[in-house]
Design a protein around this ligand. Structure first.
Ligand code: AMP
Length: 227
């Protein structure tokens, strides 16, 4: 096998992005964020970008054919040859099946699926105070990880609240997660590679939990789907 692949799975607001980034630094593997890839396509203003925007704005999943093409193109790049950490992909069974084919082509091994679960109330609290950088995508939380000033500490970019972090859209994203992404838990459970991680804890505690679960010889038993 030429590379190692880890997938972060779970509802919005569980901290997938934060934890995936930390793991990517720990393992020196690229952090591939499907939401950022799609937001970048939207920014181009192309027809494809306009199409993707309609879904992102409403908290719905972008159609599989487009998402899978974009993922495939990104994961075949040179920086991914030692493997990668996936954040936000796959989100449907169809995407998971396509990913499996791609991993076979690339001769990568799927090491673990890290499933971070939180209830809707916690997601709403977290996402309503989340601020993102328009330039580099860095993420802050007004209470738990506040920026030093009004702009991004890393690049000086403008901080803003994502449109889809507003309450009614977060609720929609949660429903979409329940309907379309949660079936992946059973899909991966049968492959015996799913780790269940409690997402209500603090950032460092969650990360230590992930590292210790990953270093254990056996994955932690996954709780029933839905937590
Ligand atoms: P995220 O930043 O991961 O919360 O994703 C933001 C939005 O991007 C989602 O609400 C979807 O509209 C879109 N998106 C991200 N990942 C996917 C995916 N794997 N499949 C389809 N749409 C996605």
């Amino acid at each position: 096998m030429s590379g190692r692949v880890y997938i972060f799975l779970g509802p919005p607001g569980g901290g997938k992005g934060t934890q995936a980034k930390k793991l990517s630094e720990e393992f020196s593997l690229p952090h591939i964020v499907m939401g950022d890839i799609l937001r970048n396509v939207v920014r181009t203003g192309s027809d494809v970008g306009k199409l993707a925007e309609e879904y992102l704005e409403r908290g719905l999943l972008v159609p599989d054919d487009l998402t899978i093409d974009l993922a495939r193109e990104r994961l075949k790049r040179d920086d991914c040859k030692e493997g990668f950490i996936l954040d936000g992909f796959p989100r449907t069974i169809n995407q998971a099946e396509e990913l499996e084919i791609l991993l076979k082509d690339l001769a990568h091994s799927l090491e673990r699926i890290i499933y971070i679960w939180i209830p809707l109330e916690v997601a709403l609290l977290r996402l309503s105070e989340r601020r993102s950088c328009r330039e580099c995508g860095a993420v802050y939380h007004l209470k738990f990880n506040p920026p030093q000033g009004d702009v991004c500490e890393k690049c000086g970019g403008e901080l803003y609240q994502r449109h889809d972090d507003k309450e009614e859209i977060v609720k929609e994203r949660f429903l979409v997660y329940e309907r379309e992404t949660k079936p992946l838990i059973d899909y991966y459970k049968t492959k015996g590679k799913l780790l269940f991680i409690e997402g209500k804890n603090g950032i460092q505690e969650i990360f230590e939990n992930i590292l210790s679960s990953l270093s254990g010889s056996e994955p932690r038993p996954a709780r029933p789907a839905g937590g």
